[in-house]
Design a protein around this ligand. Structure first.
Ligand SMILES: [Zn+2]
Ligand SMILES: [Zn+2]
Length: 311
């Protein structure tokens, strides 16, 4: 009996040690649901020191997480103390309106973004005319948020979290830049992509560059998950994608990734599907289409607002 208890506690410890990241989705949709738009908190496992990956919905997501007992503190504590900084992938409202609206109640922290996105934040949102400029750049800055420019491919430390991030450029319709970040903790990684079109449609090589650079991490089993958008079902015409992916286009891109990383290494890889446009029966249709055409045997995960995911 004693031996059994010892063995099972070792197993439990091993299982616990295998987790590196906590992710708390604060918002999961790509439109319409203003109380549930793209934002994912990521922390080292059980540390509650989060970087927000986009910030479409903040307060409504925190309240949902508290209701689901993901957090056992007041919403103010999550906003001010648990969230240590923001990564904003691109300048669209569904990825940052929660940050803007909650800024008066927020505490001092950093916003990480590529320069293209920083300029949009300062010129159009924290512009003094549309909202008080809580950043440290631009028109009449108050300086609550320090804007940290991300250089493509360079590793940046995220203050207060123990996480590192490395940014990559994405194409989200012609000339409109979005971005991805590779989030690292020790030797493990999660890749988060903001909105993106497929290289073929966008006439771009951004995803190919990204796939090449993460392929070694997949081969070494260091990539715990990829968070990527699928906005529309396959029926969406290619000329009306507005810089987004469908299940078929996701397959097209992952087949390219498998050429760099080895098809056998993608089997069972965890893919967190983000940014589904919720109109009509889109969510059900997208899930069905992903499941029906899955030659690489990827493991799809559909995040739920407020519900903890650990990897
Ligand atoms: Zn979006
Ligand atoms: Zn967008």
């Amino acid at each position: 009996m004693k031996k059994f208890l010892f063995a099972s506690s070792v197993l439990l410890n091993l299982a616990a040690a295998a987790q590196t990241f906590d992710i708390v989705p604060l918002g999961v949709y790509g439109g319409e649901r203003e109380d549930n738009l793209s934002s994912y908190l990521i922390s080292q496992y059980q540390k509650n020191e989060f970087l927000a990956l986009d910030a479409g919905t903040i307060n409504a997501g925190i309240r949902k997480a508290i209701a689901l007992k993901t957090f056992d503190v007041e919403e103010e504590k999550v906003l001010r103390d648990y969230i240590k900084g923001y990564f904003i992938s691109h300048g669209h409202l569904d990825h940052l309106s929660g940050l803007v609206i909650n800024s008066p109640a927020d505490s001092k922290k950093n916003i990480y973004a590529i320069p293209f996105v920083q300029d949009i934040l300062v010129n159009y949102y924290f512009s003094k005319d549309t909202w008080v400029n809580f950043t440290d750049k631009g028109n009449n800055p108050i300086g609550k948020y320090q804007l940290i420019p991300l250089q493509l491919g360079a590793e940046h430390q995220v203050t207060g979290t123990g996480l590192s991030i490395k940014a990559f450029e994405l194409s989200h319709t012609k000339d409109y830049k979005s971005s991805a970040v590779l989030v690292g903790s020790h030797d493990d990684y999660i890749l988060y992509l903001g909105d993106t079109g497929a290289d073929r449609i966008e006439n771009s090589k951004n995803l190919e560059i990204l796939w090449k650079s993460i392929a070694p991490l997949i081969k070494n089993k260091q990539l715990k998950a990829i968070m990527i958008e699928v906005s529309f079902p396959n029926s969406q015409p290619e000329n009306l994608l507005f810089g987004h992916l469908t299940p078929n286009l996701l397959q097209e891109e992952f087949i390219k990734l498998s050429a760099f990383a080895g098809q056998e290494n993608l089997k069972g890889l965890k893919i967190i599907i983000t940014h589904i446009k919720p109109s009509g029966k889109n969510p059900e249709i997208i899930k069905q289409e992903l499941q029906q055409n899955n030659p690489l045997q990827l493991q799809y995960i559909y995040p739920v607002q407020g519900s903890l995911l650990s990897f």
